[in-house]
Design a protein around this ligand. Structure first.
Ligand SMILES: [Zn+2]
Length: 471
């Protein structure tokens, strides 16, 4: 691009005020509470997403989809014609940026129902303004939803869309098989061409196929994550992977007779992990390697909580179709009775190891993983995931940062999203409470702004209530 064109573009962007604000299709408007070009959020508590303490009595100006100004209410001038929303006693924070999301849900034996239509609404209603899908089982839906949301044709968060999983020979009806490096390269090349912006390797992949996937994705500036088993965390870090899913609970590094390129079962990996603690040399050696190789770790405590006896019923079940709700309630009762469950020991261990990883300097990001045996409900689970980080020993402000700015930094989008500062996109959530003091207040999301448009969570939820599982 010539310098002249670049300068011209800066000038044009500078003057075209509506460049950033989301344009809305008719079908989206019923979910919108405000789409005024200039909005002033007054007398509000600002939790900026960086981990800095909350600031009281602030005024935040949204103009054309961007945060135009933020500061003490006494110092910020209200622009003429602004729609003024007084949020005394309430909080505003960045929209959640979460990275292990899916548009599918277990609906029957071996079958994952494709629920992009309801899930995009539920994620947005729960305060998620940007998400990465962590693997897809549908082919094109994630990509098409990404475009539709960006074009304002559907309500939903911005989507970093993964390609279908990259996996070796496996038992899943909805997953392909990639055995060689060459096949992996073809997979990446094809799906990147179709618009996929990230890749997810799965449990049966070989080192050769994983290495080729990473190389081919990195050539295009795209990232690779993995829910691994056949390849250890240490091996994947050496191959250059960007991210590992499920904290340490998918690591097979500690299985003593681990065979290369073979998944010894996830259970054996977890059994080995159960006898390790955060002071162990083997664990700390792995942590140091992940930090050195800049591998981020995704916390998905929500899905593991549903496997663990004695845990509360997860939030949001009422939106499910009645048969799915009943199905999960039976699962929850069965889990509660399993006094021999390995998760009794593993779940608290997962929390402790993630905290140790961060205290050692590792990058933790967050997601929910709405799979397992059900019960992880988009939107609701994202709030729960932040609560569980607080249970793990992070302060509410640290947990909020993990679910906002850390996610944005991982996605390479921290210049435009992830924290509250003038000049960033107005992706914001307004909360009727103070989650910096009481993290459960995060459940009281009152309004969700995406690119300056204020969506009504209650209307989004009402549009799918009792039908999640059908679409
Ligand atoms: Zn997943």
């Amino acid at each position: 691009m010539s310098r002249y064109v670049a300068t011209l573009m800066v000038v044009l962007v500078g003057f075209s005020g509506s460049a950033q604000r989301l344009e809305l299709a008719e079908g989206v408007k019923p979910y919108v509470r405000t789409s005024a070009p200039v909005i002033a959020l007054t007398n509000v508590r600002v939790i900026d997403g960086t981990g800095a303490p909350a600031r009281e009595r602030q005024t935040l100006i949204v103009r054309d989809g961007m945060i135009a100004d933020v500061g003490d209410s006494s110092a910020v001038t209200l622009p003429a014609g602004a729609e003024v929303m007084d949020f005394t006693g309430k909080s505003v924070m960045p929209g959640l940026v979460m990275v292990h999301e899916h548009f599918y849900y277990p609906t029957g034996p071996g079958v994952y129902g494709q629920l992009g239509e309801s899930f995009t609404r539920l994620y947005l209603a729960g305060g998620v303004t940007t998400l990465r899908t962590g693997g897809n089982l549908n082919g094109y839906m994630d990509l098409n939803l990404k475009r539709a949301v960006e074009a304002g044709e559907k309500p939903g968060p911005a989507i970093d869309a993964t390609a279908p999983y990259v996996n070796g020979r496996n038992q899943f009806q909805q997953m392909t098989t990639v055995t060689t490096g060459e096949e992996a390269r073809q997979h990446v090349s094809y799906w990147a061409g179709q618009g996929a912006t990230s890749f997810k390797a799965y449990m049966q992949i070989s080192r050769a196929a994983l290495g080729a996937t990473i190389e081919e994705a990195h050539k295009r500036g795209l990232k690779v994550t993995g829910h691994l088993c056949s390849v250890t965390y240490g091996e994947a870090a050496d191959l250059g992977i960007d991210n590992l899913e499920h904290g340490f609970l998918a690591a097979t590094d500690f299985v003593t007779d681990k065979q290369p390129d073979t998944c010894p079962t996830q259970g054996r990996g977890q059994q080995a992990l159960a006898s390790i603690d955060e002071n162990e040399t083997a664990f700390n050696t792995l942590v140091q390697k992940l930090i050195e190789k800049r591998v981020a770790l995704t916390s998905t405590l929500t899905v593991f909580e549903t496997f663990t006896p004695g845990r509360p019923m997860p939030p949001g079940l009422d939106v499910l179709a009645p048969s799915l709700k009943q199905q999960f309630e039976q699962t929850h009762a069965r889990v509660a009775q399993n006094t021999a469950s390995p998760y009794i020991k593993l779940f608290p261990k997962a929390l402790a190891l993630e905290r140790a990883f961060v205290r050692a300097g590792g990058t933790l990001i967050a997601g929910t993983d709405p799979t397992g045996a059900g019960g992880v409900i988009p939107g609701y689970a994202n709030q729960r995931q932040i609560e569980l980080l607080v249970e793990a020993g992070f302060t509410p402000l640290e947990a909020i940062r993990i679910g906002t700015l850390n996610g944005a930094m991982y996605l390479g989008r921290e210049k435009s999203i992830g924290s509250i500062v003038a000049g960033k996109q107005a992706d914001l959530i307004v909360i009727a409470g103070d989650p910096s003091a009481a993290i459960a207040d995060l459940r009281k999301v009152e309004l969700v702004f995406r690119r300056g448009v204020g969506f009504d969570p209650a209307k989004l939820v009402a549009s799918v209530a009792g039908k999640v599982g059908l679409f």
